[in-house]
Design a protein around this ligand. Structure first.
Ligand code: GDP
Length: 595
């Protein structure tokens, strides 16, 4: 067999059932599922046990090549919705803020505000998200809101790093007795990068030491200007503990959501993201958030490398559902494995196609793993090579340094870089070591992390490797600034510059017996190189194209130096005359200057 050695394939070859193979492997102390792969060594032992000889077949270059070509998806995973198909959908809300500022308490309180809560006092369970109904403050109509109830920005960014921008509105919780704290700032940068509207919940307003004004002042400096001070950020004084102001908070969310005009098409196959996942006695479970379409019991879904038929669906009250529309989160049973939080799922028509695609994805991952493949993110050095790929001319950075003084000095120097054509965005600056949270933020924003006299946390180093985020450490400020400048210049589209390589004078024209004319030339300056050429006659350009042949005597050559003679034929030009000049040139890309 050719690696990767998949259980299913191996079982087929030995004419045995996959579960028998899995049982054998268990006996050997190897625990795998049917969709996983095993090492050649394990396969060898397994085959020996079954009376087969196992040999790995080397992939020759040809098959190797066809293997890495992008595969045509066999099934349609998405389709565009027309404007008429779209219907309003509930907003998806994430609550973030500093630890102990009351996120969990607030989430609980909000959940209890559900006016349509089950009469039976349904035992609510944590499934990663919940939906409440609440009357609109103006129309009085019942509206729905879906809250992701894993508070904190780590989950938010981990999801975003996987491409799941599911949140429509962020509630930034700040305890009024404590004010803005480091994680408040962290949460703020995460929300800003995601360009999600922020509502500030000035929490613990019941606290004797509460100072809502101070919170507003602190956050105003960070760009969240309260709407009653002329800005556009909503602030709501509330208390998760007493319930004070929570109704106002929910109403503010509804008003904010109205402005966003959130819509989705409910009448199509479902598509969305995994919010949480795990394994339970009944098998793998995943909470999925439907973002488009309607998910129904019995639908086949594919989710990363996993697939399955939706056996049952449940909401957070444990109520079994037959279907779930846009912005609804449900717990799903029936997948054949545990998908990663954040990964996308799609409902598809055929189980067979889903299985094939899932297997293909797994193979591709194994393959890219073997190649050391990693997600590609921005790095200072490769920006230059990726100019064509990116249209946005923004270099995003995160600055971490040992002291507040250095942070300020670096940010100031970075902001002073004069660049009219590229912009630099410092998405976060803070004192301290580089943490996993920084890496996740960088990953979701495609930013580079710059550290000055600081270190990288172990978990951050691992995350950076996994997410493909670049961390650069410096001990000298101007080195840092210089590298950033270079990288910014690299973001610019290069200028196309023409470089004349040489010029030759046509001294004699020869007719070829088989037709066509050769210009007999004397290279007057530089050299003639096969490639782009133009002909000037009395200073007018009369031809522009490429050389057909370039010969010294009878031999075809690549170039002819100044002072030599040669014969030139040009593609599509058959009228050389004595006294013409043939100019040979190349187009070079040159980096632009910043300003
Ligand atoms: P989280 O870490 O942000 O999720 O915070 P928690 O919700 O766990 O709350 C942390 C502490 O603050 C707990 O002891 C809560 O009882 C308390 N707390 C939460 N909300 C309020 C509030 O509105 N007022 C007051 N006075 N205390 C609160």
């Amino acid at each position: 067999m050719k690696p990767p050695i998949a259980i299913r394939e191996l079982a087929d070859k030995m004419n045995r059932r996959a579960f028998q193979i899995i049982a054998d492997l268990m006996g050997m102390g190897v625990f795998v599922t049917v969709n996983q792969t095993i090492d050649a060594e394990v396969a060898q032992r397994l085959c020996a046990k079954n009376g087969f000889r196992f040999e790995t077949e080397r992939r020759d270059l040809e098959t190797h090549k066809t293997n890495i070509q992008p595969r045509e998806p066999k099934i349609e995973l998405d389709k565009d919705d027309t404007l008429e198909d779209l219907r309003p959908r509930a907003p998806i809300i994430t609550i973030m803020g500093h630890v102990d500022h009351g996120k969990t308490t607030l989430l609980d309180r909000i959940r209890k505000s559900d006016v349509a809560a089950g009469e039976a006092g349904g035992i609510t369970q944590h499934i990663g998200a919940y939906t409440i109904s609440y009357p609109h403050p103006i129309t009085g109509k019942l509206e729905q809101l879906t809250f992701l109830d894993t508070p904190g920005h780590a989950a938010f960014s981990a999801m975003r790093a996987r491409g799941a921008n599911v949140t429509d509105i962020v509630i930034l919780v700040v305890a009024a007795n404590d004010g803005v704290m480091p994680q408040t700032m962290e949460a703020l940068s995460h929300a800003k990068v995601a360009r999600v509207p922020i509502i500030v919940a000035v929490n613990k307003s019941d606290h004797p030491a509460a100072n809502g004004l101070k919170v507003r002042q602190q956050l105003q400096e960070k760009g969240l200007v309260p709407d009653d001070w002329g800005g556009d950020t909503l602030y709501v004084d509330c208390s998760g503990l007493t319930g004070l102001g929570v109704d106002k908070l929910i109403e503010s969310i509804l008003l904010q959501a109205e402005l966003l005009e959130l819509k989705a098409n409910p009448n199509r196959k479902a598509k969305g993201n995994v919010i949480e996942s795990g394994i339970e006695p009944g098998g793998p479970v995943a909470t999925v958030l439907v973002r488009k379409g309607t998910l129904r019991q019995g639908d086949v879904i594919i989710c990363g490398e996993h697939y399955g038929k939706v056996r049952s669906m449940m909401d957070e009250e444990g109520v079994r559902l037959k279907e779930a529309g846009p912005s609804v989160a449900v717990r799903v049973l029936g997948l054949n494995g545990v998908p990663e939080a954040g990964s996308e799922f799609s409902a598809v028509d055929h189980e067979k196609a889903a299985r094939d695609l899932a297997e293909e994805r797994m193979m591709d991952r194994k393959k890219s793993h073997l190649d050391g493949g990693r997600p590609k993110r921005q790095t200072l050095e490769d920006i230059f090579g990726r100019i064509d790929e990116r249209s946005a001319k923004v270099l995003k950075v995160i600055v971490k340094a040992d002291t507040q003084g250095s942070v300020e000095a670096i940010c100031e120097a970075l902001e002073k870089i004069e660049a009219t054509k590229v912009s630099l965005e410092i998405i976060r600056d803070a004192v301290g070591a580089i943490t996993e949270s920084d890496v996740l933020l960088a990953s979701s924003a495609d930013a580079v992390i710059l550290g000055f006299h600081t270190r990288v946390d172990n978990s951050a180093a691992e995350a950076a490797k996994r997410e493909g985020v670049q961390i650069k450490l410096y001990a000298i400020i101007y080195e840092l600034i210089d590298q950033v400048k270079e990288a910014m210049a690299g973001l610019l589209d290069p200028l196309q510059k023409e470089v004349v390589v040489g010029q030759a004078e046509v001294r004699k024209v020869f007719e070829l017996s088989k037709g066509g004319k050769v210009a007999g030339c004397y290279v007057a300056s530089g050299k003639l190189v096969r490639g782009k050429m133009r002909v000037r006659r009395r200073s007018h350009v009369i031809y522009e194209g490429v050389s057909l042949t370039l010969k010294r005597f009878q031999d075809e050559v690549n170039e002819v130096r100044s002072g030599m003679e040669c014969g030139v034929r040009l593609d599509g030009f058959d009228d050389p005359q004595e006294g013409d000049f043939i100019e040979c040139y190349t187009i070079e890309k040159v980096a632009q200057k910043l300003s």
